[in-house]
Ligand binder design. Structure first.
Ligand SMILES: CSC[C@H]1O[C@@H](n2cnc3c(O)ncnc32)[C@H](O)[C@@H]1O
Ligand SMILES: [Zn+2]
Length: 436
């Protein structure tokens, strides 16, 4: 089946940042076979023609760090710093999770992501109480692309720690290639302060053995740096690198507190950074120096983190705050121009996750794209400045349609693959079972 999408404003986010007014996108099966100016011959070869009536079309957004299983905890633990937030609020609540909570929470999170234009995500879950296999099955039915990763913690008895690592290994082995390659997994030690050096070494081995990427929270707060230096005599980046975890592809969530030497090391090792601006602000962690990371040649993706520290999965908001924070803290309006930020949230984000086959509208890439209809939206006028509006005026609620692998997942703002009414009713029932 070949479909030609016409009469749209297409933001390719390719290396030239080509934009086509009244352009054309042709999709055959799961792939983009043509993107460019309107072409009558291409149109005639198509089985179906879809008139987009002036909609804006862009690659699906890539959320490089999230926790969908925590979605039920939205609104809990406001106004707290990271450490007390985790220890006093979040972890005791996660201990009460059940398979039903895990799946409902994950589906609620994914429906929010899809409806706000995220087509690819990379997620870490705390395995306590939940049925991660059932969630992986449910994710495959939603149509989303991404990585869902079993977290490793060095909590509990030696036996419990061994079991946690065995499960993480089984998960990596089972799901590294799942749902026709649309879903995968990473090895995900939680952080240098919750994982022993031995656990980090084991995670490095799992990553090597199964060819999966490592995903870990690192250098999120000044307190973390102090704690790791006092425990191990080295800052987090050096400490982790000694365990071998940075010898293969790795994604560091946060990277708020990094020095020049660490940045140089991360570039050399191709360790990528998932930048979570809203979560870092809300938990009082600080502001990552994204401009400095990019200057150092590090790949940076944009992310939301979980909604208990955000409190939404809206990647448009993350893009805008990424740009504003860098301009404001550096007192320099020329850094992070619109094209750069949109690229971080799409093409570069996909590269951060090792998913180079998505993230831009280019021939041969997976047909993952979203549309926004500005026609009846005062805040998206005048339409002549669409590029600016995408970064500074639009929000996730403006997304009309979402396509992944050429399949329509969201139509006129409605998610076609998730029974949202049921999930919303369930989450509110389940929320009452949690004791704070
Ligand atoms: C890694 S699975 C989810 C696990 O991580 C905890 N978590 C959520 N957000 C953060 C963050 O910003 N830093 C550190 N840990 C975080 C969450 O509570 C789960 O236990
Ligand atoms: Zn996180």
């Amino acid at each position: 089946m070949k479909t030609a999408y016409i009469n749209g404003l297409f933001f390719t986010v390719n290396d030239n940042y080509d934009v086509y007014e009244n352009g054309m996108l042709v999709v055959e099966g799961k792939l983009i076979t043509y993107i460019g100016e309107y072409d009558q011959q291409e149109r005639e070869k198509a089985d179906e023609v879809v008139d987009l009536h002036g909609k804006w079309v862009l690659p699906g957004l890539v959320n490089t760090h999230s926790h969908i299983v925590m979605t039920i905890l939205r609104g809990i633990g406001d106004d707290m710093l990271l450490k007390p937030w985790l220890e006093r609020k979040i972890w005791p609540l996660e201990q009460q999770f059940t398979p039903e909570i895990g799946k409902t929470s994950a589906l609620l999170g994914v429906s929010e992501m899809l409806k706000s234009g995220t087509t690819t995500f990379s997620d870490m879950f705390n395995p306590t109480g939940i049925d991660s296999d059932a969630i992986m099955e449910a994710l495959s039915e939603t149509g989303i692309r991404g990585a869902f990763s079993h977290t490793v913690f060095s909590f509990g008895s030696e036996g419990e720690q061994r079991q946690n690592l065995r499960e993480a290994e089984r998960f990596a082995k089972t799901y590294r290639h799942f749902a026709d390659g649309r879903l995968t997994t990473m090895v995900a030690p939680h952080s240098p302060y919750t994982c022993s050096p031995q656990a980090l070494e084991e995670c490095a081995r799992i990553a090597r053995e199964y060819g999966v990427i490592a995903h870990i929270h690192v250098s999120e707060t000044e307190g973390e740096i102090e704690e790791i230096v006092s425990r191990y005599g080295a800052r987090p980046v050096e400490h982790i690198s000694r365990t071998g975890l940075f010898n293969g592809p790795a994604v560091m969530a946060h990277g708020v507190v990094l020095n020049d030497e660490e940045r140089e090391f991360l570039r050399e090792k191709d360790v990528r950074v998932a930048h979570n601006p809203v979560s870092n602000l809300k938990l009082g962690s600080g502001v990552a120096d994204v401009a400095g990371l990019l200057d150092a040649g590090i790949k940076v993706g944009i992310a939301t983190d979980g909604v208990a520290s955000n409190n939404n999965f809206d990647m448009f908001e993350e893009m805008r705050i990424t740009a504003l924070l860098q301009k404001g803290t550096r007192k320099n309006t020329t850094i992070l121009p619109t094209e750069t930020v949109l690229r971080l949230a799409t093409k570069t984000g996909a590269q951060v996750l090792g998913m180079n086959h998505t993230g831009s509208l280019e021939k041969g890439k997976q047909a993952d794209f979203i549309t926004i209809d500005p026609a009846d939206k005062p805040h998206l006028q005048p339409v002549s400045e669409a590029k600016s509006h995408l970064l500074y005026a639009a929000g996730g609620r403006d997304v009309s349609d979402v396509f992944i692998d050429g399949r329509q997942i969201v139509k006129n703002g409605e998610c076609l693959t998730i029974d949202e009414e049921r999930i919303i009713s369930e989450i509110n029932r389940l929320r009452k079972t949690l004791k704070e």
